[in-house]
Design a protein around this ligand. Structure first.
Ligand code: GAP
Length: 448
């Protein structure tokens, strides 16, 4: 059964709450392009950071890299993208809409039932020219994957990082694909962001490492709050494998339109390093001092999309609940992904409350992404914070002026505890790390 929320609700929430806007909206928008608003940019950054933390910072066998989007055109000849990065395209002879032949059923146009042309192969790379003269020799491509920037730097990293195999090189960055059909919001776009790891291993150990990375990556989504029942693993059939892959698993997510790929984990073998060695004339072999032999490493590649992950996290977190007869829309985002961690909300905009509320805000914002909001009723402000997934609201009321205590309201349980302002940073820090916190001691403080 597809997820219980439909895509329109997600698109509408994203627009309403400043997560994601149609690109160039005042000009009528540009197909398949989206802009991340003030809340979206935080969410997207948190997704990237969570990936980087688990892939690079929490391990000693992976290093990071940031390579340029525009690369020597020889890279794409070597990688096979010029010849093989294609989709079969058909065009409707009546309405002239273009379709991916393998994504439609039957031989008629899905829009107007018109006759379709025979399929022809369409290359998905965006071409542009480098320099002021537009000529064949200056043609370059916007990268369709970040992986190639890693392969062409393999030797640089190995010789400078003093690391041994198995070694991973990770990169996050924009990729571009002139997709024939886009859609489903940020699921498939022509400009998107990749999070890719190329994990170099000794040939013969590759299958083991493929299993390892499939499990690691599956667990990452679960750890960040995606329900297991909305994820599945699917091995590619032999006829489905990309031109470079020996084996591949998709982690699929149950999107509103049905099960679809969230991430691919491929065994690329030695395809890329061999190809780049051939085309560049550089030796890309690795000398394994322990084994006393030289070989071309195999590569396991977990490749995920930032935007597609953002979409899956949003869909999985979305909920509509009824609280005391009123509807509440809430994003149960994992605390590490929530755009805002703490909202400071004075009960009302009042000259007595404002200085204390500002003091609390100033105390918290160096440690947590904190929002300050004193407009409209407290109920409406809670609703706004629920809709963007803020895990904790801190309310300052008139009693706070006397007892120097404030109320923490939890997004998911709606529990409220009253705590001394002095302890607030410590308590929120523990809660945001997921540590249990015993409030009974604080109630005792209050009674004194
Ligand atoms: N380097 C291997 C590679 O790029 P892929 O399966 O084509 O593999 C990996 O892409 C991931 O990148 C996908 O699982 C998806 O999350 C994301 N992705 C690919 N094409 C996309 C597009 N047009 N729009 C948004 N995300 C995309």
């Amino acid at each position: 059964m597809p997820a219980k929320v439909d895509m329109d609700k997600i698109v509408s929430l994203c627009k309403r709450r400043g997560l994601i806007f149609p690109s160039s909206e005042i000009y009528g928008g540009l197909a398949s392009c989206w802009d991340y608003g003030p809340m979206g940019v935080e969410l997207k950054r948190n997704v990237r950071d969570a990936w980087w933390k688990s892939i690079v910072h929490e391990r000693d066998d992976v290093v990071g890299l940031d390579t340029s989007i525009m690369m020597h055109p020889g890279v794409w000849a070597a990688s096979g993208h010029i010849d093989s990065f294609t989709d079969p395209l058909v065009e409707c002879k009546s309405c002239h809409l273009r379709w991916r032949a393998d994504a439609i059923e039957g031989k008629r146009c899905p829009k107007c039932d018109g006759e379709l042309t025979e399929p022809r192969m369409f290359n998905l790379m965006f071409k542009t020219s480098m320099g002021p003269v537009e000529e064949e020799a200056s043609t370059i491509y916007l990268r369709p994957e970040t992986a190639q920037g890693i392969f062409v730097n393999f030797d640089n990293v190995i010789t400078t990082s003093r690391k041994k195999l198995p070694l991973g090189i990770a990169q996050i960055g924009k990729s571009f694909r002139n997709e024939i059909t886009t859609g489903n919001f940020i699921f498939r776009t022509r400009e998107f962001e990749h999070m890719e790891l190329e994990y170099f291993v000794k040939p013969g150990t590759d299958e083991e490492w493929l299993d390892y990375w499939v499990k690691e990556r599956f667990d990452w989504y679960v750890k960040l709050g995606i329900r297991k029942e909305n994820l599945r693993l699917r091995q590619h059939g032999k006829d489905e494998l990309a031109h470079y892959a020996r084996d591949c698993y998709d982690i699929d997510y149950l999107f509103p339109m049905g099960w679809s790929e969230l991430e691919g984990i491929a065994n690329r073998g030695d395809f890329d390093l061999i190809q780049h060695a051939k085309h560049s004339g550089k030796d890309l072999g690795y000398y394994d001092a322990e084994a006393g032999e030289k070989y071309v490493p195999y590569v396991i590649e977990p490749s995920a999309g930032v935007d597609r992950s953002v979409l899956a996290f949003l869909i999985d977190a979305y909920d509509e609940e009824e609280i005391e007869g009123e509807k509440r829309t809430v994003l149960h985002l994992h605390r590490s992904l929530a755009p805002i961690k703490v909202a400071v909300l004075p009960l009302s905009r009042n000259e007595k409350l404002t200085p204390l509320a500002k003091e609390v805000f100033n105390k918290l914002c160096p440690s947590f992404v904190t929002d300050y909001d004193d407009s409209q009723s407290i109920g409406r402000r809670y609703r706004r914070q629920d809709e963007i997934g803020t895990p904790f609201c801190v309310t300052i009321d008139f009693e706070s002026l006397e007892d120097k205590q404030v109320t923490i309201r939890e997004r998911d349980s709606l529990a409220q505890i009253r705590v001394p302002i002095e302890e607030l940073g410590k308590i929120l820090g523990a809660k945001l790390k997921g540590e249990a916190f015993d409030a009974s001691a604080l109630w005792a403080t209050r009674q004194k």
